[in-house]
Design a protein. Sequence first.
Length: 331
Amino acid sequence: MILAGIDEAGYGPLLGPLVVSATALEVPCAAGPPPEQIADLPCCWTLLRAALTRRAPVTKGRIIIADSKVVHHLADGLKHLERGVLAMLAACSPEPVISAGQLVALLGCPLDSLAQHPWYAAYDPPLPWQCDAGDLAIARNMVAGALARAGVVVRAMRTAVVPEREFNRLVAGSNNKAATLVSITLGHLHYLHTHFGAAGLVVGVDKQGGRDNYTGLLLRTFPEASLKVLLESESGSSYALTEGTGDQPRRTVIHFREKGEGLFLPVALSSMICKYLRELHMHVFNRWWCGQVAGLKPTAGYYLDGMRWLLDVEPHLARLNVAKADLVRIR
């Protein structure tokens, strides 16, 4: 059975990219269709407890995999994010990750739209960014050992990094920011169902904009599948998709939940990938802009500080040949 998760970071800010990521882990289980109830799923934190934890303090050199907001607010939060993401990535990609651009490419994200922005194109920082390389190597070995002992396999880690110009194009096309996030999320879900549904797939997804009903969206995304509604309520929504006949039909159970990072380790890992990539790209963003505008203070890109930053930058946009529509997100 495959347990997967999808999450995002950067939905609300004024500046910088939106990041939406997905992960998938193969876990040992009895043969048959995937369980339809969350309570019946194996707990990946328990299976991998020798190497991973979901709570601080982090002891015995273990790696924290949890809600990225929680991890980021820890002391050395960026280091914990990077350590978790790169250690888990090493389990499914033997290629050593030496730069941010290579990392994004390994996670399946095309670099073309990022390259259209000089602040992302001008600098490809080496990795690891925050971690000590020796400590990261120890973390990789610890994760590899725990996965092998538990019989767990990291099957996929992928992302969509949506920079400002592409974000604005997508939002303008639908006239709805929430629809843009849903579209990218459903793209990940389609990939997971297509590649892993035959093995029996369960996907945890963060609730999309407070929505409770996903029936129409799922039927449009999977027109050849039959859909069973398991739950639709304020507490969460769950569905079972079945597609195809014969020996290996694709069967996917999808759970939309708020704070899914606490229920599904793959959602927590996806959350960490998103936050890490968002922070890494804001580091690159600020490095370029602070090099162009003397005395400019960096920004995290959220609305109030983003407006402060924008007031400082606007007088320089013409000189730098930067269109405001390529810099500021429209919603």
